[in-house]
Design a protein around this ligand. Sequence first.
Ligand SMILES: [Zn+2]
Length: 310
Amino acid sequence: MVAGLNLHGPPPAVADGRFAPSPTGGLHLGNLRTALLAWLFARAQGAGYLVRVEDLDRGRVRERFVAEQLADLAALGIDWDGPVVRQSQRTELYEDALATLRAQDLVYECWCTRAEIREAASAPHMEGLPEGAYPGTCRELSARERSVRAVAGRPPALRVRADDARIEFVDRLCGAFSGIVDDMVVRRGDGVFAYNLGVVVDDYQQQIGEIVRGADLLDSTPRQLWLQQRLGLAHPGYAHVPLMLGADGARLAKRHGAVTLADRAALGETPERVRSDLAASVGLAATGERPAPSELVERMRSMIASGVPA
Ligand SMILES: [Zn+2]
């Protein structure tokens, strides 16, 4: 199966952008640069910018990070429209989406442990699938095999039957991209709805027209496009921005030292300085220059008009 964009459903009425952090830690400079770029893309196109807190995994969420992350955005001059949406308050929407998938006989129970999936996923036939892809172990279990596993106690995760669909799309920054969709989890064994389902439902419900996010999520985009198709939702546009790297060339992380806004403040750097450095890292400011947020929006507008991606 081959799918492009804009195949299903009407386009969103409003082409808004968004930033959707998980409050499981502080935002580092890479997260902040992604938030800034998403904001600049939206504002430069005259669109709204929404913030959504992805707090479904209550075991990992720390409430103090919600306020801290929002304060960091505000300190950088990033503003947003309307109330901040919390995924933890939207479970009914995800239940509805799950029911829609079930009605198409696309959902099955999976009892595999992580170790079992790792082992099976190293088999040669798994080549070409995304990292951590599910090998389909529980897809064709008989009723008897299912009941044996069910009485063993551990509640099953719910997966979708994707039949190794190949999905192609054009990313605004990364260009043509193609990936095979595995039988992803839509609800974990502990009842928590999976990232891919939540993000698809919320981006549609919030009428997000263009999703600007880190390139680490490029691989998961075919899964989300597949879910949009099966749920009958319009496809948004995608622009995956490059990840920030540490001095060692690895993806920026806490171990790289002073990587949060608070860390930088402790070194005497103002939020204006950090914002300008982030803008300079994508060619929107000269080194040492301190452009205001409104000036950055103007520069982004010119960059988009001239067809040069950030
Ligand atoms: Zn399984």
